[in-house]
Design a protein around this ligand. Structure first.
Ligand code: ZN
Length: 690
């Protein structure tokens, strides 16, 4: 037998997976198996694509759109496993494989999207429109594939396609450089030289500053680095105003210092390339191009939302500022509030008004009980049960596997919980799929993974969650349910594979149940006494959600507005980033006491991530989640069966098979309004101070 034939037979990625839930044989998969398996999978997919592109018969929905969706089954099986392991359980060997495979996979997908032969077939179908008599989901798939191809430049002449390829490649290099520059600038330190400089800092901030100093080679000192997690606690607690000012100015200046880490020329070149890219594809500017693929549809809809929030947020921030200034005067402090003072005085107000202490709250949020709370909410809303399968294969002993069953007893899919931080696992929290649901492909049931990075408890001690952790847990489980409850025909439209300003609706909506009184009463029990949370504490937690929301909303919305205005410019040839930013903020009426969440020279969402003309999406989804939850409030029951039924039918199970605006309307009976968001954040005029 030939050598590669033996390899193939021994490669578990290329064998049939017979495990009951459809899980991969994790215990037999090694980093070395992936490249050989991808060789086979990519070649097979390539051949299928050639078959579709060169078919002599005229295009039909089935021989083109549906064929593209069901193509590449082997790739659809192994690529999610590869990506999941790279994120959750990597190793130097797997990282080396990833570096070699990442460009190959990117090139593979790009070549399909840019293929002019496929585009011609899809376009012919789109031109025939209603004459095709497609069902709604079929129409969505066709539109989706057509738009993917159009935005990738499949319709362009070869020279323009080549230029587009150069633009995309250059953008990737600039974005990597931009991120690395921010990382380097954040390693600058504000050095604290003894007790006087540490005044006001709680022990956890001192410990972190000590550790940071050690990492920078001065273990006997203390250092505040310029990452958000280091600076914000310092601004919140340091009693040394001059040091707060220095920390703030250094933090604000990241990426805008002349020298090797200067991001301003990079940002300008990126904007020039983006404008050229948009023009090549037939759009007036980058914002128009980006918004075509969003629920908002066009920049005007985004500006309408941002404006609706901007004025109430500024009003509330002005009230908050007056309160802080009062405190400053009582203190005999500085005559004028400055941006480096806000966190500090706001923390004083928070402490005096809510007396909320993490140490008092955490014992009520035991991880194990909160997992039960998630499953309980999912069952009461959507009728699904989670049954643990301790014998099922997993990629790490931390992972817990559940079979998910419908009320009828039929299987919905499988769900993996991977909750703890460990080496080899990316930071943060996220949802991913080992298999997407679809009815067209032969392997139809979803396998969904939720990852987070909670710290393990001491041996024998329960794992306790902060309010932030709790929100994260419910948020990611909302994404998880969006993947699990998916009930669509085509994989391209499955679960969370929806538009970027819609994808956070199921996750942000689910956060509302975390602090729902009925859920707290049943599940938030003290880790030692088993007692429910005292009423006063529960109310304090709920009330504190509106605290300082004028400040927060102004900071976020300012960044979202600057992003949209910047990417809507038609001419960026001689743009001075810093001057543009200064003038725009002044024109918007940005309060001098508040800094935007991000200044452009370190705004990684825009220049190192996928959020150019898209920073608004969090707020967009929040309008939907606040308005959507209001449907349960109006029904008088957080688990109202009729509302939950519509939520499942039109949102959680429909993936991208429905137009998102239509889906929302079908669920809610009308379009979303901004009122519930303003109320949730306490921005309604005349509302009492939070
Ligand atoms: Zn999310």
């Amino acid at each position: 037998m030939k050598r590669d034939a033996i390899d193939k037979q021994d490669n578990p990625l290329l064998q049939r997976w017979t495990e009951d839930l459809g899980l991969p044989p994790f215990e037999r998969i090694e980093a070395g198996h992936f490249e050989a398996a991808f060789d086979v999978a990519l070649a097979a997919h390539r051949a299928e694509i050639e078959g579709i592109a060169t078919r002599p018969e005229p295009p039909t929905f089935d021989n083109t759109a549906a064929a593209l969706d069901r193509g590449g089954r082997l790739l659809a099986r192994i690529e999610p496993v590869f990506r999941s392991l790279c994120a959750s359980h990597t190793s130097p060997a797997l990282q080396a494989v990833e570096r070699r495979l990442a460009p190959r996979l990117a090139a593979h997908w790009a070549s399909i999207q840019r293929d002019p032969r496929l585009f011609a077939r899809l376009d012919a179908l789109v031109q025939r429109g209603d004459a095709l008599s497609l069902e709604a989901e079929q129409r969505r798939l066709l539109q989706r594939l057509h738009l993917d191809a159009r935005l990738a430049g499949a319709q362009l002449a070869p020279a323009a396609q080549e230029r587009l390829g150069q633009i995309v490649e250059r953008q990737a290099a600039l974005m990597t450089q931009f991120a690395q520059n921010v990382l380097a600038e954040e390693q600058q330190c504000l050095w604290l030289e003894g007790e006087a400089d540490l005044a006001g800092l709680p022990s956890y901030v001192r410990d972190a500053a000590r550790a940071a100093a050690g990492e920078h080679g001065r273990p006997q000192s203390w250092a505040i680095t310029l990452s958000r997690s280091s600076v914000v606690p310092f601004l919140t607690f340091s009693e040394r105003r001059s040091l707060r000012e220095r920390a703030f100015r250094m933090w604000k200046g990241r990426g805008a210092n002349a020298g090797e880490y200067d991001n301003r020329p990079l940002a300008r070149e990126l904007l020039q390339l983006r404008t050229e890219q948009a023009r090549l594809l037939g759009f007036a500017n980058y914002a128009d191009y980006a918004l075509v693929d969003r629920m908002a549809g066009q920049p005007a809809a985004v500006f309408e939302l941002l404006q609706a929030v901007w004025e109430p947020a500024r009003r509330r921030a002005a009230q908050e500022q007056a309160q802080l200034e009062q405190l400053v005067r009582e203190d005999g402090g500085p005559g004028k509030l400055e941006p480096w003072d806000w966190h500090f005085y706001a923390e004083r107000v928070r402490r005096s008004r809510y007396a909320l202490d993490d140490a008092e709250i955490k014992p009520y949020f035991v991880l194990e009980r909160m997992l039960a709370a998630l499953f309980d909410c999912a069952q009461r809303l959507f009728g699904v049960r989670f049954v643990e399968r301790p014998e099922a294969p997993r990629y790490h002993p931390d992972v817990r596997v559940f079979e998910v069953l419908a009320a009828s007893g039929s299987r919905v899919g499988a769900f993996l919980f991977d909750n703890f931080a460990r080496p080899g696992k990316r930071s943060g929290a996220w949802m991913s799929a080992l298999r997407w649901q679809s009815r067209a492909a032969d392997e139809a049931l979803p396998i969904i993974v939720n990852n987070s990075n909670f710290a393990r408890g001491a041996p024998g001690e329960p794992v306790l969650l902060s309010l932030d952790d709790l929100r994260t847990l419910f948020h990611e489980f909302g994404h998880g349910l969006h993947g699990l409850l998916s009930n669509v025909t085509y994989e391209r439209l499955s679960g969370t594979r929806v538009l970027r300003d819609f994808v956070e609706l199921p996750s942000q909506l689910f956060e509302h149940w975390a602090l729902e009184p009925a859920v707290l009463e049943r599940h938030a029990r003290h880790c030692r006494t088993g007692e429910p949370m005292p009423q006063a504490l529960a109310e304090g937690v709920l009330r504190a959600r509106q605290f300082n929301q004028g400040f927060e909303t102004v900071g976020y919305t300012a960044s979202a507005l600057v992003d949209m205005i910047l990417h809507g410019l038609a001419d960026v040839q001689d743009l001075d980033i810093a001057a543009f930013e200064r003038e725009t903020l002044a024109r918007l009426g940005m309060p001098g006491t508040i800094a935007p969440y991000h200044y452009l020279a370190h705004f990684q969402h825009l220049f190192a991530g996928g959020y150019a003309a898209g920073y608004y999406v969090y707020l967009w989804a929040e309008v939907l989640d606040a308005d959507g939850y209001q449907a349960f409030v109006e029904a008088g029951d957080p688990f109202d069966a009729a509302v939950a039924g519509r939520l499942l039918r039109f949102i959680y199970s429909r993936g991208g098979a429905l137009d998102p605006a239509e889906a929302y309307r079908a669920f809610r009976g009308r379009d979303a309004t901004v009122g519930p968001l303003l109320a949730k954040r306490g921005l309604v005029e005349g509302a009492p101070p939070a």
